[in-house]
Design a protein around this ligand. Sequence first.
Ligand SMILES: Cc1cc2nc3c(=O)[nH]c(=O)nc-3n(C[C@H](O)[C@H](O)[C@H](O)COP(=O)(O)O)c2cc1C
Ligand SMILES: O=C(O)C(=O)c1ccccc1
Length: 370
Amino acid sequence: MTGAHAGPPHDPAESAREELRPEHYDYFAGGAGEETALRENEDAFGRLALLPRVLRGGADRDTRVSVLGRQWPAPLFVAPTAFHRLAHPDGELATARAAAATGTPLVTGMAATTAVADVVTAARETDPDAVVWFQLYLQPEHEVTAELVLRAERAGCSALVVTVDSPVFGRRTRDLRNGFHDLPPGLAAENMRDLPGAAPGATRDIAMRSAGWDDLAGLRELTDLPLVLKGVLHPEDARAAVEQGVDALVVSNHGGRQLDAAPASVEALPAVAEAVAGRVPVLMDGGVRRGTDIALALALGARAVGVGRPVLWALATGGEAGVREALTALREDFDQVLALCGGHRPQDLTADQVVPRGLPYQPRRGERAW
Ligand SMILES: Cc1cc2nc3c(=O)[nH]c(=O)nc-3n(C[C@H](O)[C@H](O)[C@H](O)COP(=O)(O)O)c2cc1C
Ligand SMILES: O=C(O)C(=O)c1ccccc1
């Protein structure tokens, strides 16, 4: 060892902040209200410990999981986030190539700054078998929603992720303070271009609306693609969704950007997993930053986890290569954690291995410990 100090651990958000305009960094980093839900997503993982099992052997590990009929190399996907070209000029194309190169399924957002067809093309040029899903907000006009679904189908997306936690847009404190509400000139939500009811070449605004279960049934009529409901926190909603025939769920509080009093995603996960009882895969996102977070979520019932901001930070600092490295590092970290927990497969992680941090009991007063 040399005498040199290793310095503090690398903070991807801090590095990205140095690359971005302050209002764009704040848009990516921020949450709703007092940012309680945002903080809690990460903090809740920190309140949980993993109990490793020993003497089970650690060789011949396999991190693959099966989701909607496809094998994913690891229980990890890229969660949908808006406006990647605010992070890097290559935007969603870089993200798509990096996701494909690492075998990581990508959920491309309706609010992407690159059209879904171009995103899927970039992914498939990198890996012809790349998994790309399309995230959708149900729009007030049925024909607009229908056209968006058709575009996702034609592009080659293999599932629709319907975000249901946004009947209205969350009150984003930083954006209000910064006066950030529009993309800079030259950037647009490209999926919203040339839709019914807008002038040729123009983009429509993305509408938030209070959709109901009927609308989901309407969507089921419109497409044969698997439907994934994103933003479920209440176990009764999870049960209803399964009964309505949804194909998967994402437990999510939208990265703390919608209801500020919402629980951390990982706190909501066990009750949702119990209600679903294995009938459909339960995915989750929110606050996943390291292999132990992935392992905790899996042990508590998730089939796979999504990452949102970590991808944006990697994109901002390193473009395509940066995202590739971040996704690879997460997967390798998870693989090592799996081994340390005594697991060979993701499904070897079980709920009994998750314990709250802090002493589970207090020794009785006055009693000698030994
Ligand atoms: C900048 C930003 C934009 C987002 N845009 C969308 C979106 O358009 N649609 C959506 O369903 N979720 C969106 N999300 C939520 C993510 O899909 C995901 O739930 C969340 O970011 C996960 O938390 P994490 O960032 O802590 O990993 C966005 C999140 C961020 C940070
Ligand atoms: O910022 C978000 O979280 C988000 O979901 C969104 C929705 C519509 C347009 C842009 C972003």
